[in-house]
Ligand binder design. Structure first.
Ligand code: ARG
Length: 466
């Protein structure tokens, strides 16, 4: 082993690390993803060390120049990552010392890899939350556009996947929008707890150097320094919380995916997915498979798995830092990648989803979707709701037996079931009448959908401006 790859702890050891143990304990293969955040944290730490008089101006400048040059090399892909140097932190520090000599060895004053890695992850996650929120907003905006166009498009609403009542397609899309809006809030709430700075906690107990933690935090854009050093280096609850929020996004996307897959089938035929988001079959020439939503639905499994992995990783860990925590990175990184890719796929695809309005309308005509409207009509005529329910049940049975929709039953037939029914009943038996009647805040009437879209658009614009 060359002297520049000697372990920082070599002084206390009489044996070199076992080759397998070295590879087994190394994290550089995956934590190199944190490199630029590691450098950002080190730059702030060095500047703070200079401010409080621990580093001279010349030492600070040498460190800053050295780290900036290393960042350029890394971005160019011109950096050799050594497994012997275990992780991203030691790789960068060793390279810095190679470049600038003794000043490089002073960078780690008042710091430990324990507070360093916790800082890196927080910087990384903060940036990724912002990127995910941007993708969420792109998808939300695409949903609003489609919902506005389809505010008056009638489709069957389902409960138990059985036709229940007619709804508008725009209303259905706005339900998706509402789920994603809560997902956005959850991410931003989680971000507050991510945006706290561990540096200054050092290994676990804090440090005897007169560090100005508030200054470092300010340089890094953190809200404040973490209040307890033991907690700061050990807990990963902020990452778990993020993966929990991401799990809900994944669950929501899996629900949307399931509906898109169903709707794109010949049996439903409610939508057409753009060819470039689908694939064919190598054997069945007629196939056009909704691979993108299927895959997004499938990706939910890995995100939910990562949540379990991180919860179990944290469970029962004694204070403070334990090497267990090195296992936090791959689940976290994969969660970020997966969620970003799934949102991107959806945001790209959504503007090109073609609704088949006739098919939706026809489906709403089957299945007695206006039965509740008939019951409500009878209630308005003075019939008690439970009695109305029974009367309508009889009308539906007549329809089922004679294979006709309620609107196709004659007035005589309807009046034979209930004398309270008049000729005006056909107004409520129409799908248009049914959806228009649900003109209540949060309801499916086209006017309500347009209002909901307009309000959501204002909110999106406010967010974008903020
Ligand atoms: N690679 C380590 C991690 O990801 C960095 C911190 C190592 N600290 C230590 N005391 N071994 O957690």
């Amino acid at each position: 082993m060359s002297s520049d790859t000697a372990k920082p702890w070599a002084g206390r050891f009489t044996q070199a690390t076992d080759a397998f143990v070295e590879a087994f304990t190394a994290s550089v293969d995956f934590d190199q993803r944190l490199a630029l955040y590691d450098i950002e944290g080190s730059l702030a730490h060095a500047r703070m060390l200079h401010k409080v008089g621990v580093l001279s101006e010349a030492e600070c400048n040498a460190i800053v120049d050295g780290l900036e040059a290393i960042a350029v090399d890394i971005e160019r892909g011109d950096f050799f990552w050594s497994v012997e140097l275990e992780d991203v932190h030691m790789n960068i520090e060793a390279r810095l010392t190679d470049r600038i000599g003794i000043a490089g060895k002073k960078l780690h004053t008042g710091r430990s890899r324990n507070d360093q890695v916790a800082t890196d992850i927080r910087l990384y996650l903060r940036a990724e939350i912002d990127a995910i929120v941007a993708e969420l907003d792109r998808l939300r905006s695409a949903l609003l556009d489609l919902a506005e166009c389809e505010a008056g498009t009638i489709m069957p609403g389902f409960t138990h996947l059985q036709v229940a009542q007619p709804v508008t397609f725009g209303h259905h899309l706005m339900a998706w929008f509402a789920m994603l809006s809560r997902d956005r809030e959850r991410l931003l709430d989680c971000r507050k707890r991510v945006n706290v700075m561990p540096l200054g906690a050092a290994a676990l107990a804090g440090t005897s150097y007169p560090l100005d933690r508030a200054y470092t935090a300010e340089l890094l854009g953190f809200e404040r320094p973490a209040e307890n050093s033991l907690d700061a280096v050990s807990d990963r609850d902020f990452a778990i919380e993020f993966v929990a929020a991401a799990s809900l996004i994944a669950v929501h996307l899996s629900r949307f995916s399931e509906e898109l897959v169903l709707w794109a089938s010949a049996q439903f035929g409610f939508i057409d997915l753009p060819d470039r988001f689908c694939t064919g079959s190598s054997i069945m020439p007629q196939k056009k498979n909704p691979d993108v939503p299927e895959l997004v639905r499938g990706k939910t499994g890995r995100v939910l798995g990562h949540l379990t992995a991180l919860l179990v990783l944290m469970k029962s860990q004694p204070l403070a830092y334990n090497k267990d925590n090195q296992e936090d990175k791959e689940p976290l990184f994969d969660t970020v990648d997966t969620i970003k890719n799934c949102l991107r796929a959806f945001a790209d695809m959504m503007p090109h989803v073609e609704p088949c309005r006739e098919r939706m309308y026809k489906a709403a005509q089957q299945g007695y979707a206006t039965a509740t409207d008939l019951a409500d009509y009878l209630v308005r005529k003075g019939v008690a709701f439970r009695d109305a329910h029974e009367i309508v049940g009889k009308a539906v049975r007549l329809g089922v037996d004679s294979r006709r929709d309620l609107a196709e039953l004659s007035l005589d037939e309807l009046q034979a079931i209930s004398p309270d029914i008049g000729a005006d009943v056909y107004g409520v038996l129409s799908l248009e009448g049914s959806v228009a009647a649900r003109n209540i805040v949060g309801g499916t009437a086209p006017d309500q959908v347009r209002n909901a879209v307009a309000q959501a658009r204002d909110q999106l614009l406010r967010h974008a401006g903020a």
